[in-house]
Write a protein that binds this ligand. Structure first.
Ligand code: SDX
Length: 426
């Protein structure tokens, strides 16, 4: 229900545009009336456009605030397990003890994948980027679940969410094992979500008494939480747009994985490590910063479309970085280099004037590297964690009537042309 109105005057005529307030953040002006005036709104990159209403996540870019179902991200990351956060994203609040036990058990029961899916991996070269594999095998899941895929059926939608959250660690670990030429490890139901992922990544069939380091397991789980959801980012918007056609949810998540892969989005964590490798040492930072200012390169892991202050996830990530490196006794020169870069950037007018602060990707790569995860797997882990966010938005969209997403355009191409036969063309 509109709370207020804006008046648009165009071609000498007034149009009343309804204004609707949210519970937090800017109100929205409903622009459908622009059509009556014969205009489209124009907003490349959706800098000021809200295509949906949502209750899942709120970001205040100016304050550097991130809430999932109203809970601040640092409280969730430091106190809850990732699967509790996934439950909250899907169901609207954190689970009570009974709901937690039931949800965790459902996830445990669905961590396995159809044995024939293993054959999909054999179609890839061993050196295929694991994100290419993930786009393929997650999309392929849509070929395995026909009996539970009437998306108008709420139970079918719920089991699909469970299957995706449960299977992503298994598929992610399989994409790594395949690249290493090592045997796939079956999920173990006696391990928690993060332990199971680390087990499937690093154990071999000979490791009958495999144990993970509790600090690493907790850090892994926290990294999952820090990447779980982030409002209408590019990959989540991709999932919603694909979902708006009524497409198979596994295919929608595969589309989200593809969108996340880009270095401007989820691929940035991999790009940060490559950037630190390229810089090499603190002595080279001033020269690198000149390349950034001349726009030859971007400072990967810095800047954000929404945060014009610190990304709250980056702060938690930095604390976790210190914990993990301290617990493992690792003195990673890349961390020192990253901190030198951060210090210089935060004091340099080029970055200050553009509100460029470290984002979630700036420190995550250093922790993942310390845990022993190869750079090529960083965005795979981001996609694993973001699956709970993607599917919660898909479920939210399907919980109420929706229309297919079909943006319009500003056309500046050729006007009327008469056809000319090829022999008469110049
Ligand atoms: C994620 O949307 C989300 O919520 C994403 C995410 C999530 O959880 O889903 O938070 C995850 O994608 C984090 C962002 C990871 N990407 C990177 O770290 C890549 C480096 N960052 C940039 O590419 C950039 O900051 C973006 C893409 C993140 C944001 O770009 P915008 O909002 O379109 O801003 P812009 O490109 O218009 O930049 C504004 C100015 C420009 O300066 P001018 O040329 O106008 O003088 O800032 C400059 C840019 O050149 N700038 C940078 C910079 N980022 C922006 N300059 C140097 N280094 C950078 N990193």
């Amino acid at each position: 229900m509109a709370d207020n109105q804006a008046t648009l005057t165009v071609d000498g005529k007034d149009y009343q545009l309804p204004i609707t307030e949210g519970t937090l953040g800017p109100s929205v002006i409903e622009v459908a009336a622009f059509q009556q005036a014969g205009y489209w709104t124009y907003d490349p990159g959706f800098m000021a456009t809200a295509p949906v209403e949502s209750k899942i996540t709120f970001i205040d870019g100016g304050k550097g605030e991130l809430l999932h179902r109203g809970y601040p991200i640092d409280q969730l990351a430091n106190n809850a397990e990732y699967l509790e956060v996934a439950y909250a994203l899907i169901h609207g609040d954190l689970p009570n003890a009974e709901q937690k036990a039931d949800f965790f058990e459902k996830i445990r029961k669905h961590t396995g994948v159809h044995d024939q899916l293993r054959k999909f991996f054999e179609g890839f070269r061993r050196d295929a980027h694991p994100m290419a594999i993930m786009v393929g095998v997650v999309g392929a899941l849509s070929a395995f679940y026909h009996e539970d895929l009437d998306i108008s059926n709420e139970e079918h939608r719920e089991i699909t969410a469970i299957r995706l959250i449960a299977k992503m660690p298994t598929l992610a670990a399989m994409s790594y094992k395949y690249s290493q030429g090592e045997p796939f490890m079956y999920p173990r139901n006696d391990f928690n979500y993060a332990e199971n992922f680390l087990y499937m990544m690093f154990a071999t069939p000979a490791d009958v008494d495999y144990k993970t380091n509790d600090v690493i397991t907790r850090a892994m789980d926290k990294i999952f939480t820090l990447h779980a959801d982030h409002e209408q980012n590019a990959s989540t918007s991709t999932v919603r747009l694909a979902g708006s056609t009524g497409a198979n949810p596994y295919a929608c998540i595969a589309a989200g994985i593809a969108a996340l892969w880009g270095p401007s989005h989820g691929g940035a964590n991999e790009a940060v490590l490559e950037m630190l490798d390229e810089i090499g040492s603190v002595e080279n930072v001033p020269e690198f910063m000149e390349k950034v200012k001349s726009r030859e390169v971007k400072l990967m892991g810095f800047g954000h479309r929404v945060y014009k202050n610190f990304d709250p996830r980056a702060q938690v990530m930095k604390e976790t970085c210190d914990e993990v490196l301290g617990a493992l006794g690792i003195n990673d020169p890349k961390l020192e280099l990253a901190m030198a870069l951060e210090k210089i950037a935060l004091e340099d007018s080029f970055f200050v004037e553009r509100n460029l602060y470290p984002n979630v990707d700036f420190y995550s790569g250093i922790i993942l590297k310390a845990i022993g995860i190869p750079t090529s797997m960083f965005t795979v882990i981001f996609s694993l964690a973001r699956t709970s966010g993607w599917i919660s938005h898909w479920l939210e969209m399907h919980s109420a009537p929706f229309k297919i997403g079909r943006p319009r355009q500003l056309y500046t191409g050729e006007t009327q042309r008469d056809f000319v036969k090829v022999e008469d063309r110049k």
